[in-house]
Write a protein that binds this ligand. Structure first.
Ligand SMILES: *[C@@H]1O[C@H](CO)[C@@H](O)[C@H](O)[C@H]1NC(C)=O
Ligand SMILES: *[C@@H]1O[C@H](CO)[C@@H](O)[C@H](O)[C@H]1NC(C)=O
Ligand SMILES: *[C@@H]1O[C@H](CO)[C@@H](O)[C@H](O)[C@H]1NC(C)=O
Ligand SMILES: *[C@@H]1O[C@H](CO)[C@@H](O)[C@H](O)[C@H]1NC(C)=O
Ligand SMILES: *[C@@H]1O[C@H](CO)[C@@H](O)[C@H](O)[C@H]1NC(C)=O
Length: 287
């Protein structure tokens, strides 16, 4: 719980240990998924086993790379929300990440993430930016001059893990054609808490809310559709939602906030129950 408040105050894009999630009821699905719920994450994961040479301890995390495309959404505050109060404005991230699960300390969950995030300003306008994070360090926002995203854009992101402390991130704005890529090193590579763990890996595809004080009146967002979802293990084997998939519901104050729904083996949607018919189209400036 300490981590959750750290997250709210410091804007860490955090995946707390999987243990924080409570198993939800199993829902009927063609892809044998089970749903988990958390108060701040909604999305999907693919668990991938560590493959190892018999008699040889694995040296590198199970997953080598994870990729997906998604649309950067808009959000819309409740009509009576007082947006001059920053507590009524919220931030929501869309991201992919790579996690290893057999950590020396069960409280550790180092992982690499890359994504977009949307903010709301005092006038209810949605703004967006891209970021990279090597948890447990805070995120590094990408300056707009380096890589610009806006609500309504479609992005592609690829994260790679080379070693337990090094990786790479590629991002492309599929609307503007702008690309940005960089090698990434854990912020504190000497600290064991930053070494991506071995054991089975988890490819992550999430929408995450920074919900400030008011947990009832969160804005709605238009559907975020993840497509071309995939992961590659250390030996070059490709994975999608056909094996090892799980979907996570975001439930806050007993109220569904962001719900995933599978589309097919390489795509799914995360929707806001109050906004699932809203397209944000009236806010488009690019048409
Ligand atoms: C992963 O490993 C677990 C435990 O060894 C096994 O039950 C499961 O079938 C494996 N999954 C795949 C996709 O190989
Ligand atoms: C919000 O709108 C007011 C009035 O048009 C303007 O003065 C202000 O700069 C706007 N705020 C932002 C963050 O754009
Ligand atoms: C993903 O991983 C595979 C296997 O390690 C590698 O061959 C491929 O180049 C990687 N793809 C990207 C886009 O990084
Ligand atoms: C999903 O993964 C399975 C198993 O690796 C593969 O056979 C299938 O072609 C993949 N589907 C797509 C649409 O990539
Ligand atoms: C958003 O996704 C939900 C769940 O799949 C769907 O019912 C709804 O029609 C979608 N909304 C739009 C505007 O496409």
């Amino acid at each position: 719980m300490l981590r959750l408040s750290g997250f709210v105050l410091a804007f860490f894009w955090l995946l707390a240990s999987l243990a924080l999630a409570s198993p939800g009821s199993k829902v009927p699905s063609s892809y044998d998924v089970s749903k988990y719920s958390t108060s701040f994450l909604g999305g999907a994961i693919i668990d991938i086993n560590q493959t190892q040479t018999p008699g040889k301890a694995p040296e590198f995390p199970a997953i080598g790379n994870v990729s997906a495309d998604w649309n950067v959404p808009w959000m819309k505050a409740p009509t009576d929300a007082d947006l001059s109060n920053p507590g009524n404005r919220h931030t929501m991230a869309q991201w992919i990440g790579i996690l290893g699960n057999t950590c020396d300390n069960k409280n550790w969950s180092p992982f690499i993430q890359a994504g977009t995030a949307i903010d709301m300003d005092e006038n209810g306008t949605t703004t967006a930016y891209a970021w990279i994070e090597w948890f447990p360090a805070a995120s590094h926002n990408i300056p707009r001059e380096v890589f610009a995203v806006s609500p309504g854009d479609q992005v592609r992101m690829i994260t790679n893990v080379y070693t337990r402390t090094t990786g790479h991130v590629y991002m492309e704005n599929l609307v503007t054609g702008q690309q940005h890529e960089r090698d990434v090193t854990a912020d504190s590579p000497q600290n064991p808490e930053f070494l991506i763990c071995l054991g089975y890996g988890t490819a992550q595809f999430f929408v995450e809310w920074v919900i400030a004080d008011d947990r009832e009146e969160v804005p709605v967002f238009n559907n975020v559709t993840f497509t071309n979802v995939g992961a590659v293990d250390r030996h070059g084997n490709h994975f999608n939602f056909s094996v090892g998939a799980d979907y996570w519901n975001m439930i806050d104050a007993n109220r569904p906030v962001a719900l995933p729904e599978d589309i097919d083996r390489t795509s799914f949607v995360v929707y806001s129950p109050g906004g699932n018919t809203w397209t944000g189209n009236e806010l488009r400036t690019d048409t």
